[in-house]
Each structure stands twice: as structure tokens, then as C-alpha cells.
Design a protein around this ligand. Structure first.
Ligand code: ZN
Length: 257
């Protein structure tokens, strides 16, 4: 190869490398998806850190099907959210809004957790007597020890949801990971259902690495979103829901309200 050709080859190599670098963000991580060879049944094989996603009778994984629950005097979930910047992130598996420090959170009895982020699944991952809702929002919180508590808000088809409107009307463009609306804020308080009775159980993240020790708080009362809003989400992320997992001896508790 002469020098000019070598230079051109080198330049082509550089361009190719740059093009590769601008591939979707999830390509830089282990591949996992919701179907086929990289779907939920294969997550544990995808990466050495994903072993908790695999089968085992000692596993305490999420989501679950909630069929029966023991009514107990559970402390109420006290919500104390502050408005947060409306910046929507495309994680490659869902749309997510990250909460900056100081966004408020939840208190259950003596336990306080700060809001970290919220994201969506279509349909709902958790089922109730085997039934999925149209979607679910997972509101992820963390306490001072780094332990997670997730509040799940079921979404069924009905009236347009005013809280979801600014999020769902304008998702990040395909190929871009973020859509920022400078100055705009949203307040999760306005998204919560009228009453906050809940089911609770110990589970895991529903995405790799499927880490356990997650406190799940499943609100009983759903909120509504229009069919057009559900379709807008499904047009970008359809069936981004892990199948329900075995209880393996766990029980579900239910608040009396
Ligand atoms: Zn989730």
C-alpha cells in the first residue's frame, strides 16, 4: 500500500470508529432485551453481574403476580415530592425522568427514601389475579443506606393524563438519549391516585442486574391515561415488561385502606 492509500485507509478507519461510537447508548453495555436470544430467560447469561436474574428456588425476584395478600396495619406512605426538571431520558429500554438530589421522597413509618427516578413499562409488569394493566409507572427511591423502595402506579386506559402529557407528547427523538425542556418542571404529586392504599413485598429490580432487597409498594388504585397516550409510548417501547417471577415462599401484605 502506498502512503496516500495508507492515509486514506487510516482516515476511513477513523470515520468508521467515530460512526461506531455514535451507535445507541445501550450498545456500550451488555445486550439485553425483552424478547428472543437476549430476552428475560437469557439475562443471567448476558453478563457475570446478572446472575440474580437467573432461576433458583431461593430467588426473591420481581415482578410478581399478586393473587392473595394478608391485610395488616401497615403505616401509610407519606409522599413529599417537589417539582423536578422535565428532562426525559431514553434508557434504551424505557423512557425515564431522573430526579436531582432534593426532589423529596416518601416516608413509611420511620423509613425515609428520596426519589431517584421514574420510568414506565407497557403493559404493567406486575399482574393482579393474572391481569396486566395497560402500563405501570415505577417511582424509584433510595434511603441513606442505599436501599431501594419502588412505588408502582398502575395506569389503565381512560381519560387523558395531564401529568403524562408533557412527558409523552414529546419523547426524545430516535437516536438521541435525552430531551430537555429548560425551565419546565413536573410534580409527581399530581400523578398519584386519590388514595394510597398499597400491597407490599420484598423483591428485586425488574431489569438487569435484578438486584434483590428492593421494597415494593404497589398502589392499589390505578390512574388513567388515554389510549392515544398508551399508544404513543408503545410506538417506541412495546412489551418492555419482564414476566412475573415465582414467589418462592414470599408473602404479600396489604394495607387496610
Ligand atoms: Zn420498572
Amino acid at each position: 500500500m502506498n502512503q496516500a492509500l495508507a492515509l486514506r485507509a487510516a482516515a476511513f478507519g477513523l470515520v468508521a470508529a467515530l460512526l461506531t461510537r455514535t451507535a445507541p447508548a445501550e450498545d456500550s453495555h451488555a445486550h439485553w432485551s425483552y424478547s428472543g436470544a437476549t430476552g428475560p430467560a437469557h439475562w443471567a447469561e448476558e453478563d457475570a453481574t446478572f446472575t440474580a436474574c437467573g432461576p433458583g428456588t431461593d430467588r426473591h425476584q420481581s415482578p410478581i403476580n399478586i393473587d392473595s395478600a394478608a391485610k395488616k396495619d401497615l403505616p401509610p406512605i407519606q409522599f413529599d415530592y417537589k417539582p423536578i426538571p422535565l428532562k426525559v431520558t431514553d434508557t434504551g429500554h424505557s423512557f425515564q425522568v431522573n430526579a436531582p438530589p432534593g426532589s423529596g421522597g416518601i416516608t413509611i413509618g420511620a423509613d425515609h427514601y428520596e426519589l431517584v427516578q421514574f420510568h414506565f413499562h407497557e403493559p404493567s409488569e406486575e399482574t393482579f389475579h393474572g391481569h396486566h394493566n395497560a402500563m405501570v409507572a415505577h417511582l424509584v427511591h433510595k434511603n441513606a443506606k442505599g436501599e431501594l423502595a419502588v412505588v408502582a402506579v398502575q395506569i389503565r386506559t381512560g381519560k387523558e393524563n395531564a401529568f403524562l402529557k408533557p412527558v409523552f407528547d414529546d419523547f426524545p427523538a430516535k437516536g438521541s438519549t435525552e430531551r430537555d425542556m429548560p425551565g419546565a418542571t413536573i410534580d409527581l404529586t399530581t400523578f398519584l391516585p386519590r388514595t394510597h392504599g398499597y400491597y407490599t413485598y420484598e423483591g428485586s429490580l425488574t431489569t438487569p442486574p435484578c438486584s434483590e432487597g428492593v421494597r415494593w409498594l404497589e398502589l392499589k388504585l390505578p390512574v388513567e391515561a388515554s389510549a392515544a397516550q398508551v399508544q404513543a409510548f408503545a410506538a417506541r417501547y412495546s412489551h418492555n415488561a419482564r414476566p412475573t417471577q415465582p414467589l418462592n415462599g414470599r408473602t404479600v401484605a396489604e394495607s387496610k385502606d
